[in-house]
Design a protein around this ligand. Structure first.
Ligand code: FE2
Length: 202
């Protein structure tokens, strides 16, 4: 099965600035994503994207929401339509005339699978957060204190253990850090305290 999207252009440039409201996005999120674990993952990635946009890109609330929306919806079709991942969510957002930057970020979050290169910083950060966020959350679930006291060293140890969260691609994490121009240690240190605040579905 190939998930290659077979194209490189997404959305209509005329739709720049168009976003879903938070209520609309959550409505889509809850009607498409039924798996609570996947919901937490998507919310965590959404939150990390928002934090990055605010703290590192100095974007205003509108810009932050664009980044958050891309993270919140990036796996929206994975739960019910894995064969159509991420074609279905892209088409949905195109039909709703959403900003192409958001759609492109979603389309490039797994460039080896979808055949779309991450180009913008939003593309690259979504790609970078996706796998690493999942591994860090898996680590928190096996620690008695969860995120409490978790440090970069511990996460790197888990990364080296190939059997731990074996479905998380170490190659993708490495590649994502290089593309985003961020040291792995810095990315881990960014994720831990911020992700710790998003542990349940709301
Ligand atoms: Fe994901």
């Amino acid at each position: 099965m190939s998930l290659h999207l077979g194209r490189n252009e997404f959305g209509d440039p005329a739709n720049k600035g168009n976003v879903l409201t938070r209520d609309e996005a959550l409505q889509l999120f809850h009607s498409w994503v039924l798996n609570p674990k996947l919901q937490v993952h998507m919310q965590q990635v959404g939150h990390l994207m928002k934090c990055w946009a605010a703290e590192k890109e100095n974007l205003d609330e509108t810009g932050q929401w664009k980044w958050e929306m891309a993270g919140l919806l990036h796996d929206a079709d994975w739960d019910q339509w894995p064969d159509l991942h991420c074609k279905k969510i892209i088409e949905e957002l195109e039909q709703r005339n959403i900003d192409p930057e958001i759609i492109r970020a979603i389309a490039s979050h797994g460039h080896l699978h979808f055949g779309v290169e991450p180009v913008s910083q939003m593309d690259k950060m979504l790609y970078a957060f996706d796998e690493l966020s999942g591994l860090i959350h898996a680590y928190s679930l096996m620690r008695p204190g969860g995120y409490e006291g978790m440090d970069v060293k511990g996460v790197k140890k888990r990364l080296k253990e190939k059997s731990f969260a074996a479905n998380v691609s170490r190659d993708d994490i490495q590649d994502a850090c290089e593309r985003a121009g961020i040291a792995l240690d810095d990315l881990i240190a960014f994720i831990i305290p911020r992700q710790a605040t998003v542990i349940s579905v709301s």
